[in-house]
Design a protein around this ligand. Structure first.
Ligand SMILES: CC(C)(COP(=O)(O)OP(=O)(O)OC[C@H]1O[C@@H](n2cnc3c(N)ncnc32)[C@H](O)[C@@H]1OP(=O)(O)O)[C@@H](O)C(=O)NCCC(=O)NCCS
Length: 155
């Protein structure tokens, strides 16, 4: 089993789109147009195992409601279920944080305890909560806002 991770390019839009839809299954999915923009700006990484796309992460500049300004934001990260708990999510998170080289922010569903634990393990801290931020067919869910300091990344 060989793991390979590379920066995304325009050639990866379909792979990222497919992974996003498979992993999030109706929740927090992005349009192909948005993913094409992200890929053409090389704002993320994709991981392959034996040449099969199995995980991705991407970032963007986005408005953060807690700090009330536009900030570098980890928009989406996912690993196919079959390949979870192999530290690939952690590897992708660390890679993108190093690449941003500045404070990194994100939102995560309050109930997503696994992801929150992973973010804490790589140095993110909770900075606030937004009630009913996510509007899903199954109901509204709160978001936890998190931040990782640049200094923690460099040291
Ligand atoms: C969140 C996600 C990307 C984690 O990826 P992963 O490759 O399975 O996670 P890792 O193996 O890198 O885990 C790293 C750490 O996070 C923690 N963690 C990960 N998943 C966890 C879970 N379900 N429960 C508890 N802790 C978990 C572990 O403590 C692990 O720490 P370790 O250093 O002690 O091993 C993956 O579970 C996923 O794709 N989930 C669905 C999509 C999603 O929820 N994305 C986040 C949206 S904001």
């Amino acid at each position: 089993m060989i793991l390979r991770t590379k920066r995304i390019t325009s050639n990866n839009s379909d792979e990222i789109y497919e992974l996003n839809h498979k992993i999030f299954d109706g929740q927090i999915i992005y349009s192909i147009e948005y993913i094409e923009k992200i890929c053409s700006n090389n704002n993320g990484y994709i991981s392959y195992i034996d040449n099969e796309p199995i995980g991705y992460v991407f970032c963007d500049i986005s408005y953060n409601h807690i700090v009330q300004k536009n900030v570098a934001t980890m928009m989406s990260i996912g690993v196919l279920e079959k390949y979870r708990n192999l530290k690939i999510g952690k590897h992708l998170t660390e890679k993108i944080c190093k690449n941003i080289g500045n404070d990194v922010y994100l939102y995560v569903r309050e109930e997503n305890h696994g992801a929150i634990q992973m973010y804490k393990n790589v140095g993110f801290i909770e900075i606030g909560k937004i009630f009913n931020y996510y509007k899903f067919k199954t109901g509204d869910e709160n978001a936890v806002a998190m931040k990782k300091n640049m200094n923690d990344i460099i040291n």
